[in-house]
Write a new protein. Structure first.
Length: 414
């Protein structure tokens, strides 16, 4: 199962963050500013679609009870969508195709994660779920780093060591094929040997009605309010701090370039280093999760990240940004993994996919908080103070999460 994480992160790291999105907005688009605007609009639409579709697909998966099949279909759809990015030529007329393919892959990838997360219950026990989740998340960072290094030095920088021609941007377009092949290779084991539920014949025979499914989801949320308020509390609180976690990697490169004068190579080196320490931190804290439970990991890591962020804001030095930026990066995956294991420990096993769908939807519903705060502090106090937007989002999430107490969420069985 962990290999799926290793392969899938090539999309997040190479396509979304550092290489292909930059190619589309900066080279395909005749006007980079317009390219960024079109790209942002497409990603906004993708976020809305994920918020609408994730719980619906989760409910469907709980009914069909064949996560491996659904994960296989969605994985292959992401692979094919990435491969189609090869056809995005460096001409402005291909801008809409480029941003649409990236947005479509984003939607499918997020839905695939819903099915993938649901498998965690099938391959772990309460005493191993932290280690398994942490190891998988850490391997995701490793996969992203390796794919990024291959893409940069094999395809992009100095013409690429693999000798791929730069005419018609074949080297940049080839990165999409690299990521598609990378994901496919590492996803094969889980697609063939991954855990498979036994379909419930009675439920499968019933027709799946989307409108009814949405009504059922609303009823599920209402039931959470009445009977499982701790789970609803967690979904909302984690959505806030997860928005701050996402902003760490989304805006780190921008802050590094605008506030500390790092050039492209420096930013890439910083990104690679951040992913490496993130992998190590996630792996270590996955073991801590199994020993003490996910809550102390989440609280401790968030508190440390807030302190590190304030130190970066207080001292205007590149060395401080490097040291404490690495400290923050080392804890991002730890919180993400511990959040996943906490939800796994408290949710009803037969509603795993729907619950992870709601988890994704809650995250999307508040995904404006960190970007808005970053923009506010940047406008008021300058680019370096944008870091305060991330710190404040993490602090709000920690404050929302702090009162939550869930009896029995330790290394012992639910």
């Amino acid at each position: 199962m962990e290999l799926w994480d290793l392969g899938s992160n090539a999309f997040n790291t190479v396509i979304l963050s550092f290489v292909f999105s930059v190619y589309v907005t900066g080279t395909v688009a005749a006007d980079p500013e317009n390219g960024q605007q079109v790209y942002s609009n497409a990603q906004t639409v993708a976020g809305i679609l994920v918020a609408l579709l994730a719980p619906l697909m989760g409910a469907w998966a709980d009914r069909v009870r064949n996560r491996r099949l659904l994960l296989t279909i969605s994985t292959l759809a992401v692979v094919l969508t990435m491969a189609a990015m090869w056809f995005v030529r460096p001409e402005n007329s291909y801008l809409l195709l480029g941003v649409t393919l990236i947005a479509l892959a984003s939607v499918i990838a997020e839905i695939a994660v819903v099915f993938y997360n649901g498998m965690l219950l099938q391959i772990s026990s309460p005493t191993t779920v932290g280690r398994i989740s942490g190891t998988a998340w850490a391997l995701g960072y490793v996969g992203g780093v390796v794919a990024l290094v291959i893409a940069l030095f094999g395809f992009i920088l100095d013409g690429g060591m693999l000798g791929i021609p730069t005419d018609d941007a074949a080297n940049a377009r080839g990165v999409a094929l690299l990521c598609a092949g990378w994901f496919l290779v590492f996803a094969i084991p889980v697609m063939i040997w991954g855990p498979r539920e036994v379909p419930d014949a009675l439920r499968v025979r019933e027709p799946f009605r989307p409108l009814q499914a949405y009504r059922d989801i609303v009823a599920r949320v209402a039931r959470m309010w009445r009977q499982e308020r701790h789970m609803l509390h967690f979904l909302l609180a984690s959505a806030v701090y997860r928005d701050g976690l996402g902003a760490v990697f989304a805006f780190a490169g921008v802050i590094a370039a605008t506030s500390y004068g790092m050039d492209t190579v420096d930013v890439v080196i910083f990104g690679i280093a951040a992913n490496v320490v993130a992998a190590l931190g996630t792996w270590v804290f996955g073991k801590v999760d199994d020993r003490v439970g996910p809550r102390p990991v989440i609280v401790g890591a968030l508190a440390a990240m807030i302190v590190f962020g304030l130190i970066i804001v207080a001292f205007d030095a590149t060395s401080v940004f490097w040291v404490f930026g690495m400290g923050i990066a080392s804890l991002v995956g730890a919180v993400q993994s511990a959040s996943r294991t906490l939800l796994t420990r408290i949710m009803p096993p037969d509603e795993a996919n729907e619950t992870f769908g709601l988890y994704a939807t809650a995250g999307r519903a508040v995904s404006f908080i960190a970007p808005a705060l970053i923009a506010l502090f940047t406008a008021v106090a300058g680019a370096r103070m944008g870091m305060l937007g991330i710190v404040l989002t993490l602090a709000l999430g920690l404050l929302a999460f702090w009162p939550l107490r869930i009896a029995g969420v330790t290394t012992k069985a639910r």
